[in-house]
Write a protein that binds this ligand. Sequence first.
Ligand code: KG4
Ligand code: ZN
Length: 350
Amino acid sequence: MFILGIETSCDETAAAIIEDGQKILSSSVATSLDMHKKTGGIIPENAAREQIVSILPVISHTLNSASLDLKQIDAIAVTCGPGLIGSLLVGVETAKTLSYILNKPIVPVNHLVGHIYANFVREFTMHNLQFTNENTPEFPAVVLIVSGGHTDLVYMESHQKITWIGGTRDDAAGEAFDKTARLLGLPYPGGPSISAAAEKFLAISHKPLSIFPRPMMGSNDLDMSFSGLKTAVFNMVKGQEGKKTKISKNQIAAEVQEAIVDVLISKSISAIKKYHPKSFLLAGGVAANKRLKEKFQEVVDANYLSVSFHVPHPILCTDNAIFIASSAFFNYHPVPWKDISANAELTISS
Ligand code: KG4
Ligand code: ZN
């Protein structure tokens, strides 16, 4: 079954064609990132305008790359939320129009659930990169979804049964990376910039990284909080102004990264100990973070946890339409196109 996925929840315009949920035939992503770098973050109206410009070329590009035409597609999958409403509408209305004109089934996909399916992709050839992954996750699974706007822990009994078990009470982990990077004068998006600056520091130092607080790390639940981190970084940057000896920007970046990573890992380990899943999955843009992946594996090994640990290839972690199409295959519930609408506030459990 060939599914055309369409994803426009934020600043990426993406389309992909996936065969039977796990084989990538093509994937195209246009991003308005350079525009947002200039403003230090996303201005929703600008992102929506770029979506309109890119959507049809991106869909054509992905069909051409797969050597398929629209008639050969079996179904359309589209992100219906959460995200920026102007951006979401572009993808949703395009997908509905295609569904009506071509008389093809359409499946609405929750973007957060979609991220999880980056772990289910088995093979792709993209950007001179060939990738196979024989290791499909088994259920039950605990999943940590860490994106720019959400941080959620979920228990997944099956493809259909996902229960929210914890998450952030305030800022998302990705947001903490983005906001602290901005305070440090590092470019948007903050995750990759903080990670690159941190690597420079870690290459020359083995100091313990413990300057910043790890809020709620010791709380007896699966809740998290990241909003205090930006205040701590702000106070440190201000407090250092005019001082001769300063903690370097690269060290602050490493400290920020470690504080976020420690909280995410600690809560994930608590969830694994509580729910005893067969698999643990990372998903979302922050799952591309090398330190998070490495430290997580170290902690799993040190605790002798009998759980199989899955992280998508970094190229699949950030927004794309591959995981949207894959999610629609594993949760194949077409809906009449008239009943589909964009919902900016959709949550993982709605
Ligand atoms: O999932 P995603 O691409 O978009 C949303 O659905 O929000 O996630 C974007 C977030 C941004 O906050 C970005 O800074 C973060 O993922 N991110 C990273 C890395 N790459 C992207 N965070 C930490 N380390 C990275 N390597
Ligand atoms: Zn996302």
